[in-house]
Design a protein around this ligand. Sequence first.
Ligand SMILES: NC(=O)C1=CN([C@@H]2O[C@H](COP(=O)(O)OP(=O)(O)OC[C@H]3O[C@@H](n4cnc5c(N)ncnc54)[C@H](OP(=O)(O)O)[C@@H]3O)[C@@H](O)[C@H]2O)C=CC1
Ligand SMILES: CC(=O)N[C@@H](CCC(=O)OP(=O)(O)O)C(=O)O
Length: 336
Amino acid sequence: MLKVAIIGASGYTGGELLRFLKDHEKVEVVAATSRQYSNTPVRKVHPHLQDLDLKFEDKAPGDIDADLVFTATPHGASMNIVPQLVETGVKVVDLSGDYRFDDISIYEKWYGLKHKKPLDAVYGLPEMYREEIKKANLVANPGCYPTGSILAGIPLVKEGLVDTIIADSKSGVSGAGIKPTPATHYPNISDNIVPYAVTTHRHMPEIQEKLQKFGNVRVSFTPHLVPVIRGIITTLHSFPNQEVTSEEIQQMYKNHYQDEPFVRVLDAGEIPRLSSVRGSNFCHIGCFEIDDNGRLVVVSAIDNIAKGASGAAVANMNLMCGFPETMSLESCGLHP
Ligand SMILES: NC(=O)C1=CN([C@@H]2O[C@H](COP(=O)(O)OP(=O)(O)OC[C@H]3O[C@@H](n4cnc5c(N)ncnc54)[C@H](OP(=O)(O)O)[C@@H]3O)[C@@H](O)[C@H]2O)C=CC1
Ligand SMILES: CC(=O)N[C@@H](CCC(=O)OP(=O)(O)O)C(=O)O
């Protein structure tokens, strides 16, 4: 059995990692760390995990005996933890933004932080870097908004059909993590929709850096907080530089993603729904409508904590450790 530990296990992505790993045939979770809940049973914080016989421990990275560690910690914190783990030869999947950028100056500008220890990492989007992930010791798991936007954008950029993409995303509140804030306080978010970081969100440069691997493209990105718990809908607008039909675009997406285990391309005109992917590691991509001005609209749906974080992290672990990529991730969403 592969010995796995989770640092930051008391948070939302930590709980979701535990949910996915609970029934994984090849994995034993040997440690789940938390500073505030040390010695508390995991089920007291994650009440859906009643059968998990595990207590949180407040363990330093150096005291963890595992083959692979997930760091489900905030950006800025991961960079203090990951290097110690990597130095001891442990495989690491980091869920934060600390190791996602090729260009560290972009990270420092958009995160407003000085990076303490840049390391070589593979960007953990299997649809882009599956072969590299298989050989990696450190995988930087993608951000939630970037996962939905990049997957919706790749075929268009790769085929050279667009030079600008506008990603308009709506996220459930769990994307903001377990700690309450004024933005996530019930009277502020319930019955409301709130655009935020309208032109300044740190996921814009992540989306752009990764899409630019496929061709020259300029990205605009605006996130919105919506009163749902899980899920991200991304509406991607672009103006293709040649005349295309909805059906041709849909076929192009179908061809591109035909062998991908976690991407489902819907029929032209069919709109992806949050409920269809909730709790699952799937990304649904659909719509493909074109208006009279030549604007193409592609829509993607993911669960931010699953495909947007912990599901992707488990897929990355599977790839890094030679297990089938889909192991313990095959369940579909929860509609309605
Ligand atoms: N929520 C989401 O949808 C997504 C989140 N992510 C990223 O995943 C990471 C985790 O997110 P999420 O689970 O939502 O966050 P949460 O805030 O829910 O949980 C993070 C946990 O990390 C622990 N922690 C916080 N600071 C430190 C520190 N300095 N050292 C060690 N442990 C620390 C805390 O546990 P304790 O205080 O008990 O030690 C906390 O419960 C973040 O980097 C986030 O940006 C990525 C994609 C999607
Ligand atoms: C709804 C909400 O607040 N979402 C978070 C994104 C969570 C995430 O994936 O961010 P990282 O890049 O830090 O991992 C935000 O906008 O900050």
